[in-house]
Design a binder for this molecule. Structure first.
Ligand SMILES: [Zn+2]
Length: 253
């Protein structure tokens, strides 16, 4: 009896670990061996809204792997301190020294836009694991390629698409990462990331709300009609998603 209880407890513990890893799709896509080896360096942390994970010029020491509903934005910061979003990262990915192995200065600023849990691992430890497990190295390199594609698309999006289209693109990304219809997001954060005045975002949100697509509340946006939201977004959202799926077919929703 004691043995069987012990086994059940061990199974339950293994199940809890798998469940926890399931919070991040990159971690879930690793082989069992790589996951087990990485476990010792990995810890779970709670990220607060506005928390800066690393800033311009700082050496990157930790890699973050967000879990639902967390979303982190990588921002380019201008000389006068204005910020514009270059990419967003959620439960499908990771940020901080993914390829370089860390201890290299960050080019941008990583800021938490939607608070929630994330795994954190010293970048040096992740680098060591990537050397030991080539499959893991390959996964992270392909993820980095997908991230570059996302940034390239953002260049086009920021230059060519309307505020409403960009708002819709951003809301679709946040909706995917949140796993629920309510996205914990302030209009200030959205305006900051898009590099526009808050009133501009408020005006776009009002139009979307009048059309029954979203409902904004204090610090929250509820997605009422996902299909309509997709139709109102620019092609950037679909392009980036499709490329991600081509590069990382093993990472499923
Ligand atoms: Zn666009």
């Amino acid at each position: 009896m004691a043995d069987s209880a012990e086994l059940n407890e061990r199974d339950a513990r293994a199940e809890r670990v798998t469940q926890a890893y399931a919070g991040n799709r990159l971690l879930l896509a690793l082989s069992d061996e790589a996951r087990a080896a990485l476990k010792t360096g990995l810890s779970l942390t709670a990220l607060a809204r506005g928390q800066v994970l690393f800033d311009v010029g700082e050496d990157v020491r930790n890699t973050y792997l967000p879990c639902r509903p967390t979303m982190v934005a990588l921002l380019v910061v201008t000389a006068e301190g204005r910020e514009v979003e270059a990419a967003t990262v959620g439960w499908e990915g990771a940020l901080g020294g993914i390829v370089s192995g860390g201890l290299k200065p960050a080019y941008g600023r990583a800021v938490v836009q939607v608070p929630g849990p994330a795994f954190v691992v010293p970048t040096a430890r992740l680098d060591e694991m990537r050397q030991r497990f080539p499959g893991m190295g390959d996964l992270f390199t392909r993820y980095a390629d997908a991230m570059i594609a996302q940034m390239m698309q953002s260049v086009a999006c920021n230059a060519l698409h309307t505020i409403e289209q960009r708002c819709c693109r951003w809301l679709l990304s946040a909706h995917d990462r949140s796993g629920e219809d309510v996205v914990r997001l302030t209009q200030e954060a959205l305006a900051d990331m898009m590099g526009v005045q808050r009133t501009t975002v408020t005006a776009a949100a009002k139009v979307l709300q009048a059309d029954g697509i979203i409902q904004t509340r204090r610090g929250r946006v509820e997605i009422l009609d996902r299909r309509k939201l997709e139709r109102r977004a620019c092609e950037c959202y679909g392009q980036v998603e499709a490329h991600f799926e081509r590069l990382l077919p093993e990472i499923k929703d």
